[in-house]
Design a binder for this molecule. Structure first.
Ligand code: SF4
Length: 258
């Protein structure tokens, strides 16, 4: 399990927290938890699209779930280089997301995510969720399934559901092994890339921080971040789809900005 303190008394020792605690929303159903990708520039682009337009999931409704960065209980591993407040190095990209609706991980959020998906699937055939825009993969706690266990429940109940995300946990840790098993068991429907700046390997898929270029052509620059006028810059994940499950590439996606 990760080094993250799940016990609130231990959480007092956790060295960091979001800069925007007031953005944490109630999860009692009074606020929608699964947000349209059109609310997020990186996902829905300037087109503010709420549909995937490219690849095998073209036409699917595109949603996002956002946890809490740097939070005890938010899943971030102690090894993440962006845990600090950014004053002495690179900071978590959550620092630039003052307006994001963040949600704590609890029974209420799990219950209401399922309720929202049941409502969506009354009219939708396929839904893609960008899981964990902020935060990371959370371990099981007493009486509360963690991310992997909960996503298994979702995948089993909603056959039209597709999920993609990134994790700073290493595949060699127990959390990483749990993520890899999820990727394996739902290979055509779910993928979490490990954000560890490594070349793609047979088993795992990776995402890389700025400055890392995968050797041997085993990576590609995220098309949404290309700034060279010669490149055809894509407008957001909705029009790209390379990080989504079953996209046909396991190459490392390289980001020019974190
Ligand atoms: S490679 Fe494509 S899907 Fe992945 S983050 Fe970049 S735009 Fe989004």
């Amino acid at each position: 399990m990760s080094a993250l303190p799940q016990n609130p008394r231990r959480a007092a020792a956790w060295p960091a927290r979001t800069k925007y605690p007031k953005s944490i929303q109630r999860s009692d159903g009074s606020v929608r938890i699964l947000k349209s990708a059109s609310n997020n520039r990186k996902l829905g682009g300037t087109a503010k699209s709420d549909r995937i337009t490219r690849g095998p999931h073209s036409g699917a409704l595109f949603l996002a779930w956002t946890g809490i960065e740097r939070s005890a209980g938010g899943g971030c591993p102690a090894s993440c280089p962006f845990l600090t407040d950014g004053s002495d190095g690179p900071s978590c990209y959550g620092d630039a997301m003052a307006l994001a609706h963040r949600f704590r991980w609890n029974k209420s959020v799990q219950r209401n995510i399922k309720r929202e998906l049941r409502e969506h699937f009354k009219i939708e055939r396929r839904i893609v969720i960008r899981w964990g825009v902020l935060g990371d993969v959370i371990d099981d706690a007493e009486n509360l399934p963690g991310t992997v266990a909960f996503l298994r429940e979702l995948m089993d109940e909603f056959t039209g559901l597709r999920i993609f995300g990134y994790s700073a946990h290493a595949p060699e840790t127990q959390t990483g092994r749990d993520i890899a098993a999820l990727n394996r068991d739902y290979a055509r429907r779910c993928i979490f890339r490990f954000s560890l700046s490594r070349e793609s390997s047979g088993e795992h898929s990776y995402a890389a921080q700025e400055g890392f270029v995968a050797a041997g052509g085993r990576g590609f620059l995220c098309p949404e971040q290309r700034h060279d006028a010669q490149d055809k810059r894509l407008d957001g994940c909705y029009a790209c789809g390379l990080c989504l499950p079953n996209s046909g590439t396991k190459l490392t996606v390289e980001f020019s900005a974190h």
